[in-house]
Design a protein around this ligand. Structure first.
Ligand code: ZN
Length: 199
């Protein structure tokens, strides 16, 4: 029921068209990651074409229909932050094409909105991106599982997390590639990446 009313609200807000490219076909709710707001402010109405391209993470310009995204020329001026964030991310992703970079330079996002836009790492070059690696140099991602390769004392408690303990669904520290977070029992702890091995 809740999703239905969200869809209705979005249809009303958008006038029944994709909030990115104005298509009226195959419209769906797109929740803008990381999803902290499940309401209308965290979502937009988008067509299947836009969503498919947004979600193919590793796309280079070879698999993206760059010209499709010329639609951002209009939609980047949306008054809705969720739309602005996605516009900013796609323009960042395509900025090597030239014109997206020009549009990006014209965009203005409030600090908080810009933080949201940047939080998925979109638009950063490989060297600017924080890359978390385990003890063997294997890249760690949010949601991965790891095991501890040594006993770790948990700061501020008497808990010792034993070597061999599996930690599921880790999250990466957004500011520092030396740290991840995960749960040992009920306790959320910060762990140094070089003391874990990806499983
Ligand atoms: Zn669209």
């Amino acid at each position: 029921m809740h999703e239905m009313s969200l869809l209705n609200d979005l249809e009303q807000r958008s006038g029944g068209q994709c909030e990115l490219c104005a298509s009226i076909d195959n419209l769906k709710i797109y929740k803008v990651p990381p999803v902290t707001n499940h309401g209308i402010d965290g979502s937009l109405l988008a067509c299947a074409v836009c969503i498919a391209q947004i979600e193919s993470r590793s796309l280079g310009t070879d698999t993206t229909d760059v010209n499709h995204w010329r639609c951002l020329n209009d939609s980047m001026w949306s008054e809705h932050d969720s739309v602005k964030v996605v516009a900013w991310r796609m323009l960042s992703r395509l900025k090597s094409e030239g014109w997206p970079k020009d549009l990006l330079d014209m965009m203005y996002l409030e600090d908080e909105t810009l933080q949201w836009a940047k939080s998925t790492g979109e638009g950063l070059t490989e060297s600017e991106k924080l890359i978390h690696r385990d003890v063997n140099g294997v890249i760690l991602e949010n949601g991965d599982s790891v095991v501890l390769i040594k006993d770790l004392k948990v700061k501020g408690s008497s808990l010792v997390a034993k070597q061999g303990t599996a930690i599921r669904r880790i999250s990466l520290d957004r500011e520092n590639s030396d740290f991840i977070e995960g749960k040992v029992g009920p306790t959320q702890i910060v762990i140094i990446t070089k003391y874990v091995k990806k499983i």
